[in-house]
Unconditional design. Structure first.
Lengths: 443, 443
């Protein structure tokens, strides 16, 4: 992975170094978290990719539960229980699922409780699933009490009950949750297969735990390679030398640009298959640093609003806003090198004369020219940006990226003086919702 | 459609009235655009939904080109040439395409020129399309010279050439473009079927032109109902009386909130099938009011940044940011009433005791309770919002919504003193890209 930012990020080198300097102590602390290699600190998610025991448990469960007959892996989870898995799955397979109906096993996500989606999903179960071994339900909830997840699980299990016996269904469920959560205990009583989440690992930092690893392994993604990518990156991200440590640089640039009024961070992916990776980051940044209070309990309403854009598509949508509109954005361009490029335009065009210099171009060449043109336009308008180049879109490279961004966020939270690992304001709507549900019941 | 905003939008009623007052002249002007019923003014897109001749032409082309054998309608277009179609298609069918592989005809969009997507798409053509009448290519480009669209068309037509004769392929192409554009003339020479876009109708306002109507009709969506919804709404949106005119209210609220520092407009859809409708609006708002210069050519860097969120999913992602983070957002909650609700939770839960008051709830009831809880939390935090309630998710209701938002944007552009219909800064990156492509050729 490469990170390019000099000149383009429009941050003075000395300001950058000074900011990074502030992180020195925390960087050393992260170093000790890595060395201790346990799950005590809030930052402990960095130890997941080298936890051979946990990875081994996932692979064992995979052996027990997944056969070549598996067609549909249903992830019942929301937020941190689905976004990381979706990021990796969509990047590798999922972004073409609608035109690739015969590739199995497929991952299907049940996140919210939309009645129309559920109606169609029940239809799908009725007509497309004929044997228990064709389907696996992975019910994922860290707390074990997530309303949408529990509701979806109940609805789907009841629907499957019309086809299979209770015993058959129970055999096709894997529950991923905190050890000794309510869900853990209920599942244990019912003798369901369980996978644990280390208690200190927060939802948005859990992609390298069984939360992400099990469903990804089930669909044939090389989770060892994913973890290797993450393990490589976590070492880089505790390096003292600035140029070796992309997380330090990136956190400092985000912080300094936010201080200069660039309070939106647009993640502009020139690869449509990475849209879900952007949505994963949206939670990571939104929840980690979007905070009403700082660490001294002062009201600060801190945060940077993450947005996700897709190149070149969104140049034809929000490109005008980005190039002409408010100067409130710091952009991260992300793209992947491609080793091979089998897609070229015909030598003899069917409709010549419409676009200059097109014949014999390649799709990759066009994308690169458009990205290059976009960066030049941003530079001309003095719009700040950095650029992340992935070596390719693979399990390894995605592991690197995910780990890079999680450690970047820890540094950024530190700079912003907020608790990077909690989400206290979310309780607000949950409390109100529980009141409403209770009132409905007693009505 | 209902628009609720009192108290919640946190705008003084007198400030609202005063702002609306400023729009009186423009509202009367819009009235004359409607009465003239032609395509002369930049606002003329409002006349599309009542243009029986153009709608008739679409239906005629549908009769000629679409049979029961059609399986795949491929929309080759980007930006305004795809987003409106995708908004309606995804809302009605597309959001479950990946779990509903046997429903035909399906719409497939080719927007950017991603090599991996193209590689898989060519595979798909090879294995899933066996007869010419199973596929139709709708090549859509207003200017007729959109790089991505022309490139994609060339690549796909060449790929089809391995299966079908040139004559067979030509018969399966419909080209939608401005009359007498370069593409129009090339297509005419080749005797391809053509559909016109009225010249003054801008891309982001073109969903009710053949751009949107033809592919939507091809997939079985009731375009007459869509246009009726739009026709009903365009009348409301020129009403003098404030309470009858949601576009006036909404534009004024967006404007006043932006003036008060709420420069992000989050479109929070409590219906996952409306995500593409949000992306359509993202272009509409981004391109229409994201402007470097105002009408007096002064540099203003005007604009509001549109974001799209999905309830309840994103409460588990950016909910913390929205409730605790920077006070820079004005939220539009959008949801649809459902007449029927077939999805209820089991009477006897499989995993009882995890979430209170769950048994016997309905999916719709849960969604409503979560939305209600969210609105209460926003109100407690004094976060401004308005609420749009669609009567249902149908062609008619979507037509209403699209038209409402297009006229809202015209009013908003007027208030912001910008040209609502151009996108001059987009040229910046295009010029640079053309230079790069030229240099590559001569290299």
């Amino acid at each position: 992975m490469e990170l390019l930012y000099k000149d383009s990020a429009r941050i003075d080198e000395s300001a950058l170094k000074e900011t990074v300097q502030q992180l020195n102590e925390y960087r050393e602390y992260l170093n000790t978290v890595l060395s201790k290699n346990d799950y005590d600190a809030p930052e402990c998610s960095v130890n997941l990719p080298v936890d051979q025991q946990l990875i081994g448990l996932v692979k064992e469960t995979q052996k027990k539960k997944i056969s070549k007959k598996l067609k549909y892996m249903v992830v019942i989870g929301i937020g941190g229980s689905s976004l990381g898995t979706k990021a990796v799955y969509d990047a590798v397979y999922g972004f073409t699922d609608a035109i690739d109906c015969k590739r199995f096993p497929r991952l299907i996500f049940l996140e919210t409780v939309d009645p129309e989606y559920l109606r169609r999903f029940k239809n799908f179960l009725e007509f497309e699933v004929s044997k228990p071994e064709e389907i696996l339900l992975n019910i994922i909830s860290k707390s074990g009490t997530t309303t949408e997840t529990v509701a979806n699980a109940e609805i789907i299990i009841e629907a499957l009950g019309k086809k299979f016996s209770e015993e058959q269904i129970d055999e096709r469920i894997v529950v991923t949750t905190d050890e000794n959560s309510k869900l853990w205990n209920v599942a244990k009583l019912k003798n369901l297969t369980l996978l644990p989440i280390p208690k200190e690992v927060g939802g948005r930092y859990s992609v390298m735990s069984p939360v992400g690893l099990f469903p990804l392994a089930a669909t044939g993604i090389d989770i060892e390679s994913l973890c290797e990518g993450a393990a490589t990156m976590r070492k880089n991200c505790i390096e003292n030398e600035l140029e070796l440590n992309p997380a330090l640089i990136s956190a400092a640039l985000l912080f300094l640009n936010a201080k200069a009024g660039k309070t939106i961070n647009d993640n502009f992916f020139f690869a449509p298959q990475l849209e879900s990776l952007g949505k994963w980051y949206r939670q990571l940044m939104g929840e980690s640093i979007g905070k009403e209070k700082n660490l001294r309990d002062e009201t600060v309403n801190a945060g940077i609003t993450p947005t996700v854009s897709i190149g070149s598509t969104d140049l034809h949508s929000v490109g005008q806003l980005y190039l002409g509109g408010p100067l409130d954005k710091f952009t991260t361009f992300i793209w992947a090198r491609n080793q091979e490029d089998p897609i070229t335009l015909p030598k003899k065009l069917m409709m010549p004369g419409l676009v200059e210099n097109l014949q014999n171009s390649s799709a990759q060449g066009l994308m690169e020219a458009i990205l290059e043109g976009t960066k030049l336009a941003y530079a001309k308008k003095e719009l700040p940006f950095m650029e992340i180049i992935m070596p390719e879109i693979s399990a390894f490279a995605l592991g690197e990226y995910l780990q890079f961004k999680m450690i970047e966020m820890m540094y950024l939270g530190k700079l912003m003086d907020v608790n990077t690992f909690d989400q206290p304001n979310v309780e607000l709507y949950k409390i109100e919702t529980r009141k409403i549900l209770k009132a409905k019941k007693t009505a």
